[in-house]
Structure formats: structure tokens, C-alpha cells
Design a protein around this ligand. Structure first.
Ligand code: AMP
Ligand code: MG
Length: 340
């Protein structure tokens, strides 16, 4: 009698467990993504995540990005604002995020032969490409006068003591070409810390990182916008888990004078907007690196950059100054729409 009862109980236990497991799998298979957007770092950031804690994870990721914006963004109390206010006067204390951003920026200033330079700020201001600027054509003499205020060698970073300084009065550090990528990379770390395995963090389409295999299990598909036809795509890249994309183009901020297009990406060595490319896209494993290198590759142009990409083991895609596309071997853009 007792053994029959035990047997029945065992069968019920197995059934309940099986039903529970089935319900779990059905719920998860059917669960769509959670998608949230927030305006941060001057752009719309969109986070897409799958998994049962997606909602909480995304909120935590945005909290992390907001903190980075407070430290490295434009508000008066940010590390960057204090660093710029003390240019030529002495050092300031910086937080770990700002230290990490400046440290990577300096490493790539060297690696890109000065093409990526966060001290480009005075030139960005001179050309009126600041946050709300509309662009203006400065005279050659103004550019000559401004160039001595630019140069990575005049940014002093003491990583051990969390201190930084700008050597000359009038210098301005501008992290607009790197901070978003850093924030995207950090946001992905937060999602992973919450157990999320399939997600995309998209910073205004110019800085993106993905983990997992995407909505249909076939990878995350990212469109590359056509820099000359708004709303049209040049094509689509499919990203593997952990890959990041950075894109810089002259269609983001520019003005046209006498048939010449002047964009917000400035060659810090000449003082003039870079003109060797109209679009540069980088695919790397780190969103900070992808953001920095898209800016640097835009400035140095396809020939230099494709050679660099090969050595660094990353991939790049360009539209050159004549409108011709160029890509690293093995980087093929797909069709914008999947065949049915
Ligand atoms: P991105 O869209 O990532 O290429 O970043 C563009 C922003 O980077 C500009 O709006 C400037 O704030 C800044 N910037 C412009 N030229 C450079 C440069 N040569 N090196 C570093 N930052 C730059
Ligand atoms: Mg960039």
C-alpha cells in the first residue's frame, strides 16, 4: 500500500516538474525582446534584450550610461568641464570612467599617428561644430592661431593618481568621438552581469554592440546608412556575438560652401575637416575601439586605414571621397531585406 502511494507521489512530482519545464520553455521561446530607448550623450540610445530579466537589466544599463554621461559629458560639473576650465592652470581629479576614456584616446592618438585626438576641441569650436553649432568657414590665419592649442602631447594623464591636465590655456578636450562607444561597451557589460545573453545596444546607429545570436538566431543584422541618400541603406552587416560597429560619416554634421562639403570630423594636424572619405565603418570586438577608429579611419582615409585594420585584425568599410566603396577582405554587405 505504502509503495503504491510513494509511486503515485513520484509520478505526480515528475509530471509537475515536466509541466513546469514545458511552461518555462514555451514562455521563453515565445518571449519577444524588451526594447527601450533613452536620449543620452546627444543621441537616441536603444537597447534590445531577450531573457526573463531583460527589463531590469536594461534599466541598470541605462543607469550606468547616465553615470558615464554625468562624468564625461558636457554638464558644468563633469570631469571634462572641470578639466577644460583648468586648461593651462593645473591638474584636476578625474573618475575611473574619464580616466579609461582618456587613456584609450591617448593610446589611439599614438596608434593613428595623431588622426584621433581628443584635444581637437578648439578646432571643433572654431569651425562651429560644437553641440548646437551649425558650422562656419574660418580664415587660414585663425586656423594657424588655433593649431598650437591642439595636440595629444599636451594632454597630461596621470592614471595612477586619477589626475589629468591640459598644458595650455585655451585647450579643450572633446570626447565626442569616443564617449558613446565607451558607454555602449559598459552598457553591454551591465546586461551580461544581469545574465542577459542575447541583446543589442545601439547608440544612434553610429555605435553599436551585440551579444548572442539575434532575434532569429541568425546573428544581429545592422544596416549601414547611405551617406548621400537619407533613409536608404548601403547594405547590412551581420554581427557575431561580442562584435561592435562604429560609423563616422560626413553626413552627420556638415555645411557646404562653394560646392565644398565641410564636416565635423577634423584633421587635428592640419586644422581642416578631413576629406579622404565620406563614410568609415569599423567592426571590432570592443565598442570603444570601434568608435575611436571610425573617427580616425575617416580622417586617415581608406588606404592607410585598411592597412591598419589588417594588422589589427579588425574589419573596415569605406565610401571614399569619390563615392566608391572599399572594404576589408571578407567583409561583404548583405541586402537590406532578407529574401522570403
Ligand atoms: P564620431 O561621430 O564618433 O566620428 O565623432 C565625431 C565627434 O568627434 C565630433 O563631433 C567631434 O566632437 C569629435 N572629433 C572631431 N574630429 C576629431 C578627431 N580628429 N579626433 C577625435 N575627435 C574628433
Ligand atoms: Mg567615433
Amino acid at each position: 500500500m505504502r509503495s503504491v502511494k510513494t509511486g503515485l507521489l513520484a509520478i505526480i512530482a515528475v509530471l509537475v516538474t515536466a509541466l513546469g519545464l514545458a511552461a518555462y520553455f514555451v514562455r521563453n521561446a515565445a518571449a519577444g525582446p524588451v526594447v527601450r530607448t533613452e536620449y543620452l550623450m546627444g543621441t537616441l540610445i536603444e537597447i534590445t534584450a531577450y531573457g526573463k530579466d531583460a527589463e531590469t537589466a536594461i534599466e541598470a544599463a541605462f543607469t550606468r550610461m547616465r553615470a558615464i554621461e554625468r562624468r564625461a559629458g558636457g554638464s558644468a560639473s563633469s570631469d571634462l568641464a572641470r578639466l577644460n576650465a583648468r586648461a593651462g592652470k593645473g591638474k584636476v581629479r578625474i573618475t575611473g570612467d574619464t580616466r579609461a576614456i582618456l587613456s584609450k584616446s591617448m593610446a589611439y592618438w599614438r596608434a593613428t599617428e595623431g588622426a584621433f585626438d581628443v584635444t581637437v576641441g578648439p578646432l571643433v569650436r572654431l569651425w562651429d561644430f560644437d553641440f548646437e553649432g551649425e558650422g562656419r568657414l574660418p580664415g587660414a590665419a585663425e586656423i594657424e592661431r588655433t593649431l598650437p592649442l591642439v595636440g595629444g602631447e599636451k594632454l597630461i594623464l596621470n592614471e595612477k593618481d586619477n589626475e589629468a591636465a591640459l598644458a595650455r590655456a585655451g585647450m579643450i578636450a572633446d570626447v565626442g568621438g569616443v564617449a558613446k562607444g565607451y558607454a555602449v561597451e559598459e552598457a553591454v557589460k551591465v546586461l551580461q552581469g544581469h545574465g542577459i545573453e542575447n541583446a543589442m545596444v545601439n547608440g544612434g546607429n553610429s555605435s553599436i554592440k551585440v551579444i548572442g545570436r539575434g532575434p532569429k538566431g541568425r546573428g544581429w543584422r545592422i544596416g549601414i546608412g547611405d551617406p548621400r541618400r537619407a533613409g536608404e541603406l548601403l547594405g547590412v552587416v551581420t554581427l557575431r556575438s561580442g562584435e561592435a560597429v562604429g560609423t563616422s560619416s560626413d553626413s552627420q554634421r556638415f555645411f557646404v560652401r562653394n560646392g565644398t562639403r565641410y564636416s565635423h570630423l577634423i584633421d587635428p594636424r592640419t586644422g581642416y575637416p578631413a576629406r579622404k572619405a565620406i563614410l568609415a565603418t569599423v567592426i571590432a570586438n570592443d565598442a570603444t575601439e570601434a568608435d575611436i577608429l571610425s573617427t580616425a579611419f575617416f580622417v586617415n582615409g581608406p588606404a592607410w586605414s585598411l592597412a591598419y585594420a589588417k594588422k589589427a585584425g579588425i574589419k573596415a568599410f569605406f565610401v571614399d571621397a569619390k563615392g566608391k566603396t572599399k572594404a576589408s577582405p571578407g567583409l561583404v554587405l548583405g541586402q537590406p531585406y532578407e529574401p522570403r
